[in-house]
Design a protein around this ligand. Structure first.
Ligand code: SF4
Length: 242
């Protein structure tokens, strides 16, 4: 399953110039999760990641290639939450290694499509997301109380990993946070669009769209993403066989 591999490689190359802090996953160090959406009021907000017009990019990539992810880890490029004093640029990039897919196992592809939605089920205490799917923004309001209590990207990242690993198809997770002002957020934004296009195309294919490439508005994606066209033709053939 190579659909997202070019996006993962591009992201890794774009981050090569910077040195991250790295934490291996330990569930017991996950930041408390409140389980439901929590309101961080303006008066209790210390700052917003992606506030004041700063970038706030988020995307998820899925692969079956074990070379991309050594182990469950959180990586941070830039300052940690406790060191930030005001609104800052932000990116959160999730790389997920999934179990090898057998043939054109439709259930597995549907699972990939649904992994994106984990972000709607993570509620770190004092860390309130505002997600806008149209432009891939994930802005975060961080509470003063949480900062006093020692919230960090390590703990928040571990909370995400804990949620991802509840999905039986996910084997390993690398969660990357970026607050480094010099990081290439514009390129991350392009990657977010591409990852979103791939997921969207996957959805259309699974919904049984006809295989007429000459009249298909997703052709630019299939021309660029290795494996997408093969997947559609395989799915279509399977549909006819049933
Ligand atoms: S293979 Fe790609 S371009 Fe062709 S019909 Fe399917 S989605 Fe459209």
């Amino acid at each position: 399953m190579k659909l997202f591999d070019s996006v993962i490689t591009a992201t890794q190359t774009q981050l090569d110039a910077f040195t991250p802090q790295v934490w291996d996953y330990e569930e017991r160090k996950a930041w408390p999760d409140v389980g439901v959406s929590e309101l961080v009021l303006q008066r209790d907000a210390a700052y917003e990641l992606g506030g004041s017009g700063f970038p706030a990019v988020n995307f998820t990539c899925v692969t079956t290639d074990s070379d991309f992810i050594d182990q469950n880890q959180v990586l941070l490029y830039g300052s940690d939450l406790g060191r930030l004093k005001k609104d800052a640029p932000y990116a959160r990039i999730a790389l997920l290694q999934i179990k090898p897919l057998e043939g054109d196992d439709e259930a597995a592809y549907r699972a990939i499509r649904d992994m994106e939605f984990v972000k709607y089920h993570v509620f770190p205490k004092g860390y309130m997301f505002r997600i806008s799917s149209g432009d891939f923004r994930e802005q975060v309001r961080v509470s003063k109380t949480a900062l006093r209590n020692g919230i960090s990207f390590q703990g928040v990242g571990f909370d995400f990993i804990r949620q991802y690993l509840k999905n039986p198809n996910i084997v390993k997770v690398k969660l990357i946070f970026v607050t480094e002002p010099k990081a290439p957020y514009k390129l991350f934004q392009d990657s977010a669009k591409k990852a979103n296009d791939i997921t969207k195309t996957l959805t259309h294919i699974l919904d049984g769209m006809a295989t007429d490439c000459s009249a298909c508005n997703l052709k630019p994606i299939c021309d660029e993403v290795e494996g997408m066209r093969e997947l559609h033709f395989k799915q279509a053939k399977k549909g006819k066989a049933h």
